[in-house]
Design a protein around this ligand. Sequence first.
Ligand code: BDP
Length: 669
Amino acid sequence: ENGHDLWLRAKHTAPVNVVCSGKSPTLEIAKQELHQGWQGKANATFVLKKKHDKLIKGDGYRLSPGGIEANTDLGLLYGVYDLLRRQQTGEPITEQVENPSYERRILDHWDNLDGTIERGYAGRSIFWHGKDSLAVTEKDKKLWQEYARADASIGINGAVLDNVNASPLVLTTEYLKRVRAIAEVLRPYGIKTYLSVNFASPSVIGGLKTSDPLDPQVKEWWKNKAKEIYKLIPDFGGFLVKANSEGQPGPQNFGRTHADGANTIADAVKPYGGIVMWRAFVYSANDEDRAKQAYDEFMPLDGKFHDNVIVQVKNGPVDFQPREPFSPLFGAMKKTPVMPELQVTQEYLGQAVHLVFLAPMWEEFLKSDTYQEGKGSTVARCTDGSIFQQTHTAIAGVANVGLDTNWCGHPFAQANWYAFGRLAWNNQLSSDQIADEWVKLTFKPTPAEDRTHSTVLPIVWNINFLKPVKRMMLESREAAVNYMMPLGLHHIFAPENHYGPGPWWAPKGVRKDWTPPYYHQADTLGIGFDRTENGSNAVSQYHEPLRSLFNDVNTCPEIYLLWFHHLPWNYQTQSGLTLWDDLCYHYQEGLDQVRSFQKTWDKAKPYVDKERFSVVQKKLRKQCINAQVWKDACLLYFQQFSRMPIPYNIERPVHNLKDLIENDMKRIR
Ligand code: BDP
């Protein structure tokens, strides 16, 4: 068992008679999946039928015990995956219509053309192996097909094939040919290809004197490029752009706005139905609170973007932290469609070492109420078209997929890929439901399978494996928050690799907003970033009643306390403890939680294959060691300012601060 099969493990158990009159590569896949995965009544007849039905939207479908109806072939395929999932997990198959929450459900691969992956922790790229390996091999195609199948099985219908820090080369003909080959494999599974593009491409590879988006030659260049691409890939999805952010070129280099830049590129793909996803991840090295900058730059442009542009916004206002409040751009922009960008790869959440199930974080985000159009204006509703009229709706997840045999590095990181797809399809799903499905699909032994343990009664398996493992997953994100940055702390990571702690890291000459002390602001008087009206006033970017709620320390949710407030060490929290003591207890709690995960997993041993058992066991051990480092590093460092004792009923640190600072925290993995 090497984990390569992900959640797609249904073995042929019974013959089925599939009735389907249409013909297409997608329908062939649908039929094949049914034959190979059917677990219903033997020799039953199952009908796949294209039918125009007003209740079915986009690639949605109507599922019933005897068959599936959909408007599109892809809808039928999605219905088949749903049916097979229900057969495997034992969920009822009653008549129901399933429609996707978002039109575009996209994975962003931060894959560089040389095969490395920015923030990838599961090996090298499945798409790129460098400029000397642009020829497509059978091995490539097999892997892309497996990838496409996994995506389609959870409803993902788009893939951005290269890093947002984009190389202009991806738009040259030799690379585009490889993109075409990838697109051909992905197409029958309903996955459109997209590319991240470098804003300076017209001058870098086009030989133009400028990349000014208002220059007629530049406009012409983008139009011709789009024409070339659509000739190769008629269903090409469009472009993703990171501009004027972290050193990337953009329209501001030419005195133009984000809207000018986005519109020029959007106009080029418009005739072919393409879109531009323009990222709002911008912040410059100035005195303005970094958390405010995306809103400040983009709000004035609301309504200025052409209708095939979607502004892509990270869930939080800073950067994929273990916990952030939602970015105030959600809901605020009313005339411009906004799409959430989530990070599936765990850059700031333990990478491929820590077991952290991200669905609870995304659920918290999607269900956050922005109040923009009154109560109930959740981020989910502000982005899926149910509140604002939008020509396009979309959601993106930064992928955690690489060449590792098990795709994601950590067996449980597969659950985050799964969860992203499921939430993109249905943004109302609960984390509990997603974890339940994933654990059953990924680990449940079928009677036909020859596992080392004897046949496990489902009920025993449910009690001894499903329940505790699910509980561990559902608790794991809060555990990470507790041992890394509880009570609203954020971005106190070691630099660059963002894995271990580095609250002290602030060398001279480094941009302040790249150093942890900028974010925690600890001094002898207290800790936390003052974003109230008396501080940076970031609270003003939120709609009432949130603005006042966050602004007032007495009503600010404690999970965001130090995000919005700078408070004295002896400030009394809701628990009745001093802030310092409460912080200590949170760090201890996080560490204790990881220890309990180790026990949970050890107890699960009889119910899981040797291989995955041992991989996860080893990783949990590392996670525990690292959680201890996090706790000791943060408490010993902050204690220099609080000058208060660590509460005597929690464990003493086992490291010395000096050693921790001298040891390169980047390498604690
Ligand atoms: C940060 C990552 C960096 C990305 C950047 C982005 O550390 O590697 O390039 O986000 O999203 O979190 O553009």
